[in-house]
Structure formats: structure tokens, C-alpha cells
Design a protein around this ligand. Structure first.
Ligand code: NDP
Ligand code: 8X3
Length: 251
């Protein structure tokens, strides 16, 4: 376990894979002590134990789980609201209520509740920071994306309201909005269909989770008077949400 009295403490939600796991590793290298949460506790421990992190079960769709998780956090300087993702790519006429509900519970309500529960401790740190993982899907709608688009547009709106409401307090807030990142995101979106998930990245060079983690760490390590409002990062092969350059062989 890290010495949390001497080091800045970061909480990362959804740290069992992808961007959350890479962010935990990068924050560890930057000197943060870590408290990590996710539902797949074994996977989470595999990520966190080599980093000396404290790892706890967390389901951000469940307020009780959030409260139990947050009760283990004595102090915190940085909260990375990363847990989230998309479910399905259905047009609105075929929208599945359960997919939309889950996307809103994770990406939107989970982010709000984690922030609300930890805000007193973030502020008490004297230099609190909330980093919300948004998406280009929160800036550019696309057919089939409405539920996820709406959730990530909400993340953008909530981040901007946090910036306004916290003005004058020692609380920074940042949105990191990536384009295509090869993680378990598409496997989850397509409910385990690995071939369909692989096609999303076929013939282009996507961002890696580590690329996004770099942006998180950069924003988190600016001097306390500097607020990075937002960072949008996309692969060179992606100009807009739907405009991508695919080649036969990606090098
Ligand atoms: P992954 O599917 O690899 O990771 C998602 C993480 O979120 C997992 O650790 C998962 O952990 C966690 N998670 C999901 N639901 C919950 C829940 N209810 N409670 C707690 N944790 C949960 O995808 P990414 O790393 O790509 O996604 C991370 C974030 O980045 C998401 O917010 C996503 O929307 C965003 N994003 C992704 C992009 C991409 O192209 N990959 C682009 C832009 C943004 P577990 O299942 O163990 O709970
Ligand atoms: C993930 C990026 O374009 O697949 O947030 O929606 S996209």
C-alpha cells in the first residue's frame, strides 16, 4: 500500500480494464497513491496489486455500492470518473430500454454520484481535481449512437456546470474526450461479438488506452492554478466520429 499521507491520492473508477487500468498505471508512475474500483474484482486486483493500489468492489450504477466504496476513501485529491461505455448501436426505432438505462446509470448517474459523494474530501484536500472521461461521441452524434451520444453529451454538460459551480473553490475539473481507442469498449458494446468489435478498428491505427492515460496524467499534473478544461484526442486516422482512413495493412 502507498503512503497516502505523503502522496496525492487518486480514485479511478472502472480500473479493471482499458483506459481505467492504463490510467491507474500512469498515475502510479506519476507518484499518486491509488484507490481503484470496478465490478470484476479479480481483474481489478491484477491491475492494482503491482501498483500498490487499494482495490475495492464498485458498481457505479448502485448508490449503496458507491457509498460503501467511498467510505473506504479517507482522503482524495483526484477522482477519475472513467467507468462507463456503450451498449448497442441500434437506431432509435429499435432502442432497447435496458441498454439506454444502463448507459445513463453508468456514464451519467454514476459520474454524478461518485463526484457528489467524494466532493467534500476532494475540496478538503486543498487542491481537488475531477477528470471525467467523455468522448467525441459527446460532441458528434452518429446514427445508432443516440443513447451513448446522449450520455456523453451529458458528461460534457455536467463537466461544464461543475466548472461554473466550483469557480473560486480549490476544485479543478477536466473532460478528456477520446475518439477510437482499442479496449474492451466495442466488445462490451456488441455484447461479446468479438468479430464485430474487431471490425471497428480494422485497417486503421486506433489510440491505445495508454495514449488516453497520458492525457489524464498531463491534465492532473499541471500546477494547481491551471485548469485544463478539455482535451479532445483522436487517432491520426480519424477525422470525425465517422470519417476514418482504413488501409489493408495497418503499421
Ligand atoms: P473498457 O470496456 O475496456 O473499460 C470499461 C471499464 O468500466 C471497465 O473497467 C469496467 O469494469 C468499468 N465499468 C463498466 N460498468 C461499470 C459499473 N457499473 N461500475 C463500475 N465500473 C464499471 O472500455 P474503455 O476503457 O474504452 O472505457 C473507459 C471509458 O472511456 C468509458 O467511459 C468509455 O465510454 C470511454 N471512452 C472510450 C472510448 C473507446 O473508444 N474505447 C472512446 C471515448 C471514451 P467492470 O466491468 O469490471 O466493472
Ligand atoms: C467511443 C468513441 O466513436 O465509438 O466513445 O463513440 S465512439
Amino acid at each position: 500500500m502507498g503512503n497516502e499521507t505523503a502522496r496525492r491520492v487518486a480514485v479511478v473508477t472502472g480500473a479493471s480494464s482499458g483506459i481505467g487500468a492504463a490510467t491507474a498505471t500512469a498515475l502510479h508512475r506519476a507518484g499518486f497513491a491509488l484507490i481503484l474500483g470496478a465490478r470484476r474484482l479479480e481483474r481489478l486486483r491484477q491491475v492494482g496489486e503491482p501498483l500498490g493500489a487499494r482495490c475495492f468492489y464498485l458498481d457505479v450504477t448502485d448508490l449503496q455500492s458507491i457509498r460503501e466504496f467511498c467510505s473506504q476513501v479517507e482522503q482524495v485529491h483526484l477522482l477519475v470518473n472513467n467507468a462507463g461505455g456503450a451498449l448497442g448501436l441500434d437506431p432509435i426505432e429499435a432502442a432497447k430500454d435496458e441498454d439506454w438505462e444502463q448507459m445513463f446509470r453508468t456514464n451519467v448517474l454514476g459520474l454524478m454520484r461518485m463526484t457528489r459523494e467524494l466532493l467534500p474530501k476532494l475540496e478538503a484536500s486543498g487542491a481537488g481535481h475531477v477528470i471525467n472521461i467523455g468522448s467525441i461521441a459527446g460532441r458528434e452524434p452518429y446514427p445508432g449512437g443516440a443513447g451513448y451520444n446522449a450520455a456523453k453529451f451529458a458528461v460534457r454538460a455536467i463537466t461544464q456546470v461543475m466548472r461554473m459551480e466550483w469557480l473560486g473553490r480549490p476544485l479543478r475539473v477536466t473532460e478528456i474526450a477520446p475518439g477510437l481507442v482499442e479496449t474492451e469498449f466495442s466488445l462490451v458494446r456488441f455484447k461479446g461479438d468479438a468479430e464485430r468489435a474487431a471490425r471497428v478498428y480494422q485497417g486503421l491505427k486506433p489510440l491505445t488506452a495508454e495514449d488516453v492515460a497520458d492525457a489524464v496524467v498531463w491534465a492532473a499534473t499541471r500546477p494547481p492554478h491551471v485548469n485544463i478544461d478539455e482535451i479532445v484526442l483522436k487517432p491520426l486516422d480519424q477525422a470525425t466520429a465517422l470519417m476514418v482512413k482504413r488501409r489493408d495493412n495497418t503499421t
